[in-house]
Design a protein around this ligand. Structure first.
Ligand code: BDP
Length: 597
């Protein structure tokens, strides 16, 4: 799905700003049919939960309503007008005037609809968007709704981050020509010093297709005709980690010799391969240094904010990180655009987190029923998961920064049914994108002895908490168990291993001379202990600390105002571990640079 952009033939307006806002119970039965009667105004983009000083809004379970008017620009006459919602978490329904125009399930991927007939050029239209935050055993991520003793509806879930909801990303109205470029798919490879670009252009209507590639200085370096084909660039400037060189692919739809539509896509030429236990980018072994992150900040919840994003990338640069995982859902596409331009490597994850009854926030939970069963994670869950994979790949397939798809975080990988659930999903991801490796992030109960999924994937990603949830405070035992386990995975699978989570909750400002869980010194010691092991095990090709920053979770006895495993606090101040990581990562980065990587 193409990101809306402005070109010579396309225009867009963002409907960001303040929208009228009401909880469903405070609204009339058909809130779309008239002006929403409310005193509340909610910012878009933002999660609504932390914006108001109102516990009922913070804890709300169910539908909320956003509404505003927008004037369709006069100049759009003759164009198709499309309304796009970048994210409605977790389910959205859209009305233009009194007409329902779109419904969508899945809180972290965009949806759009042609509203030309209801939004004539020059007219003002009323747009109403309903957003529902409910999670069930058949949604991705899953959850469960109960009623409290006091009679209130309560949303439970098995993932360790707050269920922020609302319109967390932009809402966009845009104009495109009736005959147009509908989608573009680009994959690249490297052959010696030649860059190879395979492209496919899908067109709405009847048109010829012309394609041209320009370099960063604007010089045309290759052209092609036809809806699909190959272009080559001699002496190509490659997209590399740390240097996000981008060409631009310009796709034109041509009717009777006239260019009726133009779409421009940044293209990074690079190759990705897994070879034995190596992860190769442009034929060079790549070592992942970085974090599992969250879209999370004060007031905004999961709301997209350029300030927070640029600051986070700046801190990642400062600390020497070269990569991150979009744990545990697809992030705003702006993150990938930025990573493309700056050469940051991304593991792109679906929202499939919490498909596991044996875990809760990293803890071994009480488990009473099978995970993969008609009443728990069933065929409908799997269908929603498949749709999440389609939408993730559909949106992000052209980003050079994305080097691997992670199709789930910590699902149950050991029970009956796990393989039947995951094999078709792994096959689907491969079919949709044969050009990238796939993985899933494994939790500690799935060992190299009993895991039933690893062979379906290319890279083994492990989330491990020795010294924290297991053997708390005992780093000697942690090192022994970690090394034994990594060597086991290495010898049984012979695949690359990335530790996609390791870390310790740490209270900024708590210091201790001796070993003391929660202190800043302990976080430093735990990370160092893991690093010593990683450096001894050859198959380990990456370390991503959990987490970049402290983040909000649901309330619970193991969380104090959220998860504190951040290397930075929630307001992005460094804990001691930030300096320790910086020392290690800048040294490794410098060694890589010297070796020409
Ligand atoms: C892992 C989860 C992650 C949690 C982390 C933790 O993948 O989302 O936040 O544990 O407990 O199980 O900190």
């Amino acid at each position: 799905m193409l990101k809306p952009i402005a070109t010579a033939t396309r225009e867009l307006i963002r409907l960001d700003g303040l929208w009228r806002f009401a909880l469903d119970e405070a609204a009339t039965p058909e809130p779309w049919s008239a002006e929403l009667a409310t005193a509340l105004e909610a910012p878009v983009p933002a999660s609504y939960n932390d914006v108001f000083a109102d516990q009922a809004i913070h804890d709300h379970v169910g539908w909320v309503w956003y509404q505003r008017t927008a004037r369709v620009p006069r100049g759009w006459a003759g164009d198709r007008v499309v309304l796009r919602v970048d994210a409605a978490t977790h389910e959205g329904v859209v009305y233009v005037g009194g007409t329902k125009v779109a419904e969508h399930v899945g809180g972290y991927t965009p949806f759009e609809v042609d509203v030309t007939d209801l939004a004539p050029a020059g007219e003002e239209v009323r747009i109403t968007i309903g957003v529902n935050n409910e999670l069930t055993n058949e949604t991705i991520p899953p959850g469960m709704i109960s009623t409290t003793a006091a009679g209130k509806r309560k949303q439970g879930y098995r993932h360790d981050f707050y269920n922020y909801a609302g319109l967390a990303r932009s809402v966009i109205l845009y104009a495109v020509p009736p005959v147009r470029v509908a989608d573009l798919t680009v994959t690249t490879d490297v052959d010696g010093s030649t860059g190879v670009i395979d492209y496919r252009v899908d067109v709405t209507g009847e048109a010829e297709v012309r394609v041209a590639l320009t370099d960063a200085a604007g010089a045309e370096v290759a052209t092609a005709d036809g809806p699909s084909g190959q272009m080559t660039v001699t002496d190509a400037e490659l997209w590399r980690p740390g240097r996000g060189y981008l060409y631009e692919l310009r796709a034109e739809a041509v009717v009777g010799g006239e260019v009726v539509d133009v779409y421009e896509l940044p293209v990074g030429i690079r190759s990705i391969r897994v070879d034995g236990a190596l992860f190769l980018i442009n034929g060079e072994p790549f070592y992942f240094r970085g974090f599992g992150k969250h879209e999370d900040s004060a007031f905004r919840g999961r709301g997209f904010d350029n300030v927070v994003m640029v600051h986070d990338f700046s801190l990642m640069d400062w600390i020497g990180a070269n990569s991150f995982r979009t744990s545990h859902y697809p992030y705003a596409e702006e993150f990938l655009d930025y990573a493309d331009r700056h050469g940051i490597v991304v593991i792109d994850e679906t929202a499939a987190v919490g498909l596991n009854l044996g875990l809760g926030g990293g803890f071994h939970g009480g488990k009473s029923e099978p995970a993969y069963s008609p009443t728990m994670f069933n065929g409908n869950t799997q269908a929603a998961h498949a749709q999440g994979i389609r939408e993730l790949i559909g949106r992000d397939k052209n980003h050079p920064s994305v080097v691997m798809w992670s199709i789930a975080n910590e699902p149950d990988s050991i029970e009956d049914g796990a393989r039947e659930y995951f094999a078709p999903l792994a096959a689907l991801a491969r079919e949709l994108d044969p050009s990238r490796p796939i993985t899933y992030a494994n939790e500690y109960r799935g060992t190299f002895h009993n895991d039933r999924l690893a062979d379906l994937f290319d890279v083994i990603c492990l989330n491990r908490y020795y010294g924290w949830y297991i053997d708390t405070g005992d780093l000697e035992s942690a090192a022994l168990k970690l090394e034994a386990e990594l060597r086991g995975w290495e010898s049984t699978h012979g695949k690359p291993i990335i530790i996609t989570e390791y870390g310790a909750d740490t209270l900024a400002g708590l210091h201790a001379v001796g070993t003391q869980a929660w202190s800043e010194e302990f976080q430093v010691d735990l990370l160092r202990t893991y690093h010593e092991v990683f450096d001894r095990v050859e198959a380990v090709i990456g370390e991503q600390v959990w987490n970049f920053a402290d983040f909000q979770t649901s309330q619970g006895v193991i969380r104090v105002d959220g998860n504190k495993k951040g290397v930075f606090t929630r307001d992005r101040r460094p804990k001691a571990a930030a300096f320790a990581l910086r020392e290690r990562w800048l040294a490794v980065g410098a060694a890589d640079a010297e070796a020409g990587k």
